[in-house]
Design a protein around this ligand. Structure first.
Ligand SMILES: Cc1cc2nc3c(=O)[nH]c(=O)nc-3n(C[C@H](O)[C@H](O)[C@H](O)COP(=O)(O)O)c2cc1C
Length: 199
């Protein structure tokens, strides 16, 4: 099977997100114009590179997170984990500006060091970011498509002490969740190692 813009009927739902899976979830914290915390998950999310460490998320329409990240010039990332999945889900609701999803989801505000935006204190790891750009995306015809790529530079990394084991971040212990297609998620709790040919 192959197809272009018209999906065959046998595919009830668009499999795009099920194919590009698992996707890490950027659990994005921001502050609104009144300084009220905002929190929402974004799975169109990726690390963009290291030194400096950069991360990006894509917003389908300008939502609170991208508006706030642009206006305030900063945002946070918190690692969404199996233990925090219900809170992550609550924070994805279409809550009005100023709703404070941290409070709605029963989460504690983690205190940032270099910026003003809080992160999820319960999360095993979090990043403070300075917004570098909020770019409207265009399609192949150059038409703006109401999608926005938010890129940030990491200025502080927070790791809860219990997740540092033998000098490494304990990913399996943290059990991060990732987004698949449809309403599916996966938990990373078992790792395997593969050495490179040049190691
Ligand atoms: C796991 C998950 C991943 C999501 N990823 C995205 C995404 O990448 N882009 C997007 O625009 N919305 C995404 N959403 C929906 C937003 O989280 C939702 O629209 C939310 O209300 C936006 O909040 P905000 O307006 O406070 O930014 C996702 C929802 C869930 C549950």
């Amino acid at each position: 099977m192959h197809y272009g813009s018209a999906r065959p009927e046998i595919l009830t739902y668009d499999p795009f997100k099920a194919i590009i899976a698992p996707r890490p979830i950027g659990w994005i914290g921001t502050l609104n114009a009144d300084g009220i915390p905002n929190l929402a998950p974004y799975s169109f999310f990726m690390p963009m590179g290291s030194n400096p460490h950069m991360i990006a998320f894509s917003s389908e329409g300008m939502k609170h997170s991208s508006i706030n990240a642009q206006a305030r010039g900063e945002f946070t990332f918190s690692l969404a984990t199996d233990a925090l999945k219900d809170a992550m889900n609550v924070s994805s609701g279409a809550h009005p500006d100023g709703a404070n999803e941290f409070a709605l989801a029963g989460l504690t505000l983690g205190q940032p060091v270099e910026i003003a935006t809080p992160f999820v204190a319960e999360s095993p790891a979090a990043l403070e970011c300075v917004t570098l750009s909020v770019e409207p995306l265009v399609d192949r015809h150059g038409t703006k498509i109401d999608r926005y790529l938010v890129v940030g530079e990491v200025v502080q990394t927070h790791i809860r002490d219990e997740y540092i084991v033998d000098g490494r971040f304990d990913t399996a212990g943290a059990a991060p969740i990732s987004r698949l297609g449809y309403r599916d998620y996966a938990t990373t709790d078992r790792l395997w190692e593969l050495m490179r040919p040049d190691d």
